[in-house]
Write a protein that binds this ligand. Sequence first.
Ligand code: NAD
Length: 399
Amino acid sequence: MSAFNNALKQISRAAEIAGIQEETVELLRHPMREVKVNLPLIRDDESLLMIEGYRVQHNDWRGPFKGGIRYHQAVDLDEVRALATWMSVKTAVAGIPMGGGKGGVTVNPKELSEAEIERLTRSWTKAMRGVIGPEIDVPAPDVNTSPREMAWIADEFGHPAVVTGKPIEAGGSEGRSTATAMGGYYVLNALTETLLDAPIKTVVIQGFGNAGRMFAEICAKNGLKVLAVSDSRGAIMQADGLDIAAVGIHKDATGLVQDFECAENISNQQLLALECDLLVPAALENVLTVENARDVKAKMILELANGPTTPEADDIFFDRGIHVVPDVLANSGGVTVSYFEWDQNMKEERWSAKDVDEKLQDLMQKAADAVYERSEKYGVDLRKAAFVLALERLHEAKK
Ligand code: NAD
């Protein structure tokens, strides 16, 4: 099933549970605006390459559209639509005054030079003038984009508040680079005591980028054992726990997590089926499906990636008593600190790392409590509860 259909199914299920007004649901089934652009990229050898770019603005009842930009060869309109829809849900769950949007460029940036990526990013920004803006739609990093790309966008557009996730020197916020992982860790702490009999000791992480690597570092710092990590080329495992700092150095030096001297190479599919307390998908969507959900041995799944679990896999996990902390809650720390960054830029303020962290922890605790409360009230899993919470808040905003 397509990612967007998954998102629609999740909305329908939640609307039915909480009896949300049909008109609200029908409006949320349709993104407000979808923009597709064809970007001409002059390559370093002066040849011309045409590349497709997108921005989908799903909903702005609660505030300006907000959501990352992804550079990936598999990006298409369906995927960007799904990601934009999840952003409207996520900003509502996090309780921040922003809406949902997402951008994408269909390209494998690993095949481009840095200068080509810069020209492409500036070209996307020019093409989106009038579409994005500090009070209209505020992009941020996603897969294969980083503070570097955000700084180029802010420079090209001419206002720091047009994007978040910028380097500190270009108007970024303290705590933004760690926010997604840190928020996930706060959500995890808020829920584990209520949901699990024993504390989490062992963790397996799929994806070793912004979200996954930082989460691995936070786990290691807090005494949890990270048994395995992976990237797009493969996975590694070490039953006694990986030395995450050393894996990071190895990854920076070689570009891979595999072939790390103190660990065994395994496949990405093997990683998902490892015995552990917590499984953290932190790569791409549709990773946990009807094909492999029965192989998962974790007690809990924390979705740092967007859309890693299909609705069918969700049902299997629910039946098997495996708790899934859904993306719209688990990774909402990123957009929450993005909102803090935007707020600081708009007010020309600079908050300390301590202030940002305290505000993040407070909002994550409140979001986790509100989701848990709905899961108890309706006797449903945390994803349905999070969607119920979001639909309630979106319906209020619409009124
Ligand atoms: P990233 O590009 O920094 O990292 C992605 C990682 O996943 C890389 O290590 C890559 O090698 C790995 N990967 C790709 N395909 C894989 C595969 N098939 N198997 C295993 N690993 C694979 O991206 P990111 O920013 O860390 O984002 C990861 C996920 O988290 C995405 O779903 C994104 O939407 C979500 N997310 C990120 C943020 C953020 O602040 N970075 C916020 C919210 C959600």
